[in-house]
Design a protein around this ligand. Structure first.
Ligand SMILES: Cc1ncc(COP(=O)(O)O)c(C=O)c1O
Length: 398
């Protein structure tokens, strides 16, 4: 049998890859019925253009003909780029950080894989509040780890008591993502403080301090004055993994980084391990051109008011249709409840919505049974035109 049994089984799992499948179906439906008649909320592919400062930096960097400009560089990335990312993270985390805490990575996905490879022994676990970004399951499994899904509180904040009860001596890390995909929740300062306290106490008691991994590609995308709290001042074994995929709309360019808390007791070992893992995973270097681009333009002014407008428009439509949802504080996802008559079968409800040309992502694939996700990083026209379809779909259930 040419394909690994594990991969074959994983690929055939109904909820694995369901979002991509939905996206591909959306492309087919659009070809068949026309772009304007399909309401595709399946994928978190940002549709705002990158800011001008980013495209200007790209043009300038692409025109650079210096010798060896496209060559390999040290595995961790260009020093000037690591320094720039350290400066950015210092501002976000409110502590002084130097470039030697940073390793450039192939997107946040590459960063997470390098970190998990670096810290997981076979049989170790990673704890995550659910619902969560669906790929985490695969990333942890890649290194023989176990993902422990701990249901979030009813408002989708972190249930710190439940996390406390799930920690054990095999816990290598707790992974949180704020603003959250798929819920749009931003964890509060009090919530983060409580979590850090729980981790500190567990570390002192069991002698193994779990890393707190902060997956933050949506950090900049927040609404209504919401602030994403810093965790570095609260917990020393913390690590930011992030990318420029969402905040400046360049997901296809695969540029991200890992930044470890300078106060982390094993900071140097951690950085060396992540550098090694980046290499042996085959990433070798993060893309050279985009290291140069983000070093120059990471602080580009960004306007997310269009996402906020779309969020508000979509909420109005859902309210009118009678679909319950959370109010997103950040990112560009709306977390919605499947109607009661579907008995928590979110897959069936997403299939039902498809008949009305509405494509959403079933919550089960995020560990959130009975819910579904609408990604509103789509044109305003798509949102406004979807109104009739949502209302019809819900009326037909009566
Ligand atoms: C929460 C979260 N983490 C990580 C990623 C991966 O980001 P990247 O495209 O930078 O690898 C995504 C992508 O959607 C995400 O939503």
């Amino acid at each position: 049998m040419p394909i690994s049994a594990y991969i074959k089984e994983t690929m055939s799992n109904k909820s694995a890859g369901v979002i991509r499948k939905m996206f591909e179906e959306g492309l087919k439906l659009k070809a068949q019925y026309g772009e304007d008649n399909v309401f595709d909320f399946s994928l978190g592919n940002p549709d705002l253009d990158p800011p001008e400062k980013v495209t200007d930096a790209l043009k300038k960097c692409a025109a650079d003909e210096s010798k060896n400009i496209h060559g390999y560089m040290p595995n961790a990335g260009y020093k000037f780029c690591r320094d720039a990312m350290a400066k950015k993270t210092s501002l976000e985390q409110g502590v002084e950080i130097s470039g030697d805490c940073v390793v450039m990575a192939v997107g946040a996905a590459g960063a997470l894989n390098a970190v998990f490879k670096a810290v997981l022994n076979p049989g170790d676990n990673v704890i995550v509040p659910s619902p969560f970004f669906t790929e985490y399951r695969h990333y942890v499994k890649n290194y023989q780890g176990e993902l422990i899904e701990v249901p979030a509180a009813a408002d989708c904040s972190i249930d710190t008591e439940a996390i406390k009860n799930s920690l054990n001596e095999k816990t290598a890390a707790v992974l949180i993502n704020s603003p959250n995909n798929p819920t749009g929740r931003v964890y509060s300062q009090a919530n983060i403080e409580q979590l850090c306290k729980v981790l500190e106490e567990h570390g002192n008691k069991c002698g193994r301090k779990p890393y707190l991994i902060l997956d933050e590609p949506y950090r900049a995308i927040v609404y209504d004055g919401t602030k994403v709290p810093a965790a570095f001042p609260l917990y020393d074994s913390s690590v930011v993994v992030t990318s420029f995929a969402k905040n400046i709309s360049i997901p296809g360019e695969r540029i991200g980084y890992v930044c470890v808390n300078p106060a982390c007791p094993d900071k140097d070992d951690f950085v060396s391990a992540v550098i090694f893992c980046t290499r042996v995973l085959g990433f070798v270097n993060a893309p050279a051109l985009f290291q140069r681009v983000v070093a120059e333009s990471y602080d580009a002014p960004c306007d997310y008011s269009l996402y906020k407008k779309r969020r508000d428009e979509l909420m109005e439509i859902l309210d009118e249709a009678g679909i319950k949802h959370l109010v997103p504080e950040g990112a560009f996802y709306m977390w919605c409840k499947a109607p009661d008559c579907f008995n928590n079968d979110d897959m069936a409800f997403c299939d039902y919505l498809k008949k009305y040309m509405i494509l959403g992502a079933p919550g089960s694939s995020f560990g959130g049974k009975g819910w579904f996700r609408l990604a509103y990083c789509v044109s305003e026209k798509t949102i406004l035109n979807s109104r009739k379809a949502f209302i019809q779909a819900m009326n037909d259930l009566k």
